[in-house]
Design a protein around this ligand. Structure first.
Ligand code: FDA
Ligand code: NAP
Length: 436
């Protein structure tokens, strides 16, 4: 290996909430272990920290309690808790008086930025990780080389060495099959940026596809923002269904549930999904559902309907015809197809899980897979590898098949990042002990 200074103990790929939480956990681990810092560097392709910025709609609320922040569940005394943030912002008393368990996404974003400001020396922004390379050396690879590109004007590439990498690159936006994005066809993940650029004067009809939280929030926003436009909500279900966040169901997001899932049988894993998928996927918060119903009802009373629900329908194909976007939909009501012309189409059609295969590059061939071709992941979120790789490759996200429903969510990030920090520290101790 080259000079020691070039090697980080931890390289984090992506700097969203998951790796920000890891930065906190590493920092707090350091003070616990005093004097044995775990050197860390994080690389993020965005120019600054941004948590789903294009969905920071004015009234959008968090879908978890403010106590499920970056640190509290692991360390209730952390100086990076949401409560510490409120205290620093001078809003603790007002927050309590407000009696709201679910802050706005805007406020949570402000909290993330506040926490991030303590780690500026460890994060490189505008830096997209392209691939992971294995060193050319005899014996097991005890580090990897991480290749990245400056996404700014320079476009320069850079290599750093890491004894452990933590891949936290987030969900991947999903369009209906065969539908390409363009200036009038958007995915919800690019919504606000595209909406701000839109010449709103000529927009008479907007379609929003999907029956999940993103779709419902966008329908509400567009309806309010474009008072002269008709908004068509296209959904596969009969109507929006409620996101179950009742107390017993919510237990599937507890730290203990990760063990129950991980150590369970395939049948128990299937049960988690079958009975509790409606806590998160294709479902909508009660408040947003009621807001939308009220708007449609008020329109009926006034005799000016402009919110249309095209239910039991899926978008099949989309074509541009002049300035219009023509959708062809399949209705399961009568098994027929029908068409709709709109000025703008927003596909709130969800996300695929994080999939690190491409990013792992040549390292991927050394990662073990299960019978269904999925990555084998240890309980500490480390990918199982062949014996010729001794460095650690950890995942935050993309572990739904091994660690369950909370894998892409915030619910468990404080505990998860603590477990990863502990695992990295423990493996370092073993390494140092073996070398002594
Ligand atoms: P996240 O996607 O936030 O961050 C990944 C980062 O990696 C991004 O900043 C990206 O730019 C970067 N990146 C990707 N590839 C890279 C590369 N090759 N090189 C460098 N950087 C790279 N969950 C929940 O529990 N409660 C909630 O309230 C919500 N709310 C919510 C709103 C919306 C609109 C969405 C779409 C999703 C949610 N979620 C959620 C789920 C969501 O997955 C979760 O809130 C976090 O974003 C997960 O954090 P991560 O850091 O894992 O991913
Ligand atoms: P989602 O829950 O996966 O919903 C996608 C929806 O699109 C589903 O109803 C899906 O139906 C539908 N769909 C897909 N293809 C379609 C097609 N061709 N025609 C018609 N409908 C189609 O995705 P999401 O709403 O973006 O939510 C993703 C995550 O982000 C969730 O965790 C959610 O809680 C979170 N989120 C949070 C907030 C917040 O915190 N305020 C805001 C937005 C999102 P099928 O399932 O039948 O395919």
């Amino acid at each position: 290996m080259g000079s020691k200074e070039e090697v980080y103990e931890v390289v984090g790929i992506g700097f969203g909430p998951s790796n920000l939480s890891l930065a906190v956990a590493l920092e707090e681990h350091e003070s616990k272990e005093s004097g044995q810092p775990l050197s860390a560097a994080f690389f993020e392709r965005q120019p600054t920290l941004g948590w789903h910025r294009n969905m920071l709609l004015p009234s959008a609320k968090m879908q978890i309690s403010f106590l499920k922040d970056l640190a509290t569940f692991r360390n209730p005394a952390s100086r990076f808790s949401f409560i510490s943030y409120l205290h620093a912002a001078g809003r603790l008393a007002q927050f309590v008086n407000n009696q709201e368990f679910f802050p706005t996404r805007q406020e949570f974003h402000d909290y993330l930025e506040w926490a991030e400001s303590s780690f500026a020396d460890r994060v490189t922004y505008s830096s997209e990780v392209l691939s992971i390379k294995l060193p050319r050396a005899d014996g097991p690879a005890d580090h990897v080389e991480v290749e990245m590109r400056d996404t700014g004007s320079r476009g320069a590439t850079r290599l750093v060495k890491a004894r452990n990498i933590v891949v936290s690159t987030g969900l991947v936006p999903k369009m209906p099959s065969g539908v390409a994005r363009d200036e009038r066809i958007w995915h919800s993940s690019e919504f606000l940026e595209k909406f701000r650029k839109l010449d709103q004067s000529g927009v008479k009809r907007v379609a929003v596809v999907g029956a999940g939280q993103s779709a419902a929030e966008i329908v509400r926003f567009v309806y309010d923002a474009l008072p002269d436009a008709t908004v068509c909500a296209i959904m596969p279900s009969y109507g929006y269904s409620i996101a179950d966040d009742t107390p017993f169901a919510n237990r599937i997001f507890d730290a203990d549930a990760v063990d129950d899932y991980y150590h369970g049988t395939q049948r128990s894993k299937d049960s988690f999904w079958r009975y509790h998928k409606n806590t998160n996927y294709g479902v909508v918060d009660d408040e947003v559902i009621r807001d939308l119903h009220q708007r449609q009802y008020d329109d009926e009373v006034r005799g000016t309907p402009r919110l249309e629900f095209l239910n039991l329908s899926r978008v099949d194909t989309v074509k541009q015809t002049g300035d219009d976007v023509r959708l062809t939909m399949h209705s399961v009501r009568n098994d027929e197809t029908y068409q709709l012309d709109v000025d703008v189409l927003i596909c709130a059609t969800g996300y695929d899980s994080m999939e690190p295969t491409e990013l792992l590059g040549e390292l991927e061939g050394h990662c073990l897979r299960d019978q269904e071709g999925r990555f084998r992941v240890e309980r500490d979120y480390r990918l199982a590898t062949t014996a010729d790789v001794s460095c650690g490759v950890y995942l935050q996200g993309g572990t739904e098949h091994t660690h369950g429903l909370a894998s892409s969510l915030l619910s468990n990030i404080a505990i998860r990042s603590g477990e990863i920090a502990d695992s990295i520290a423990e493996r370092r101790s073993t390494r140092q002990y073996s070398a002594a």
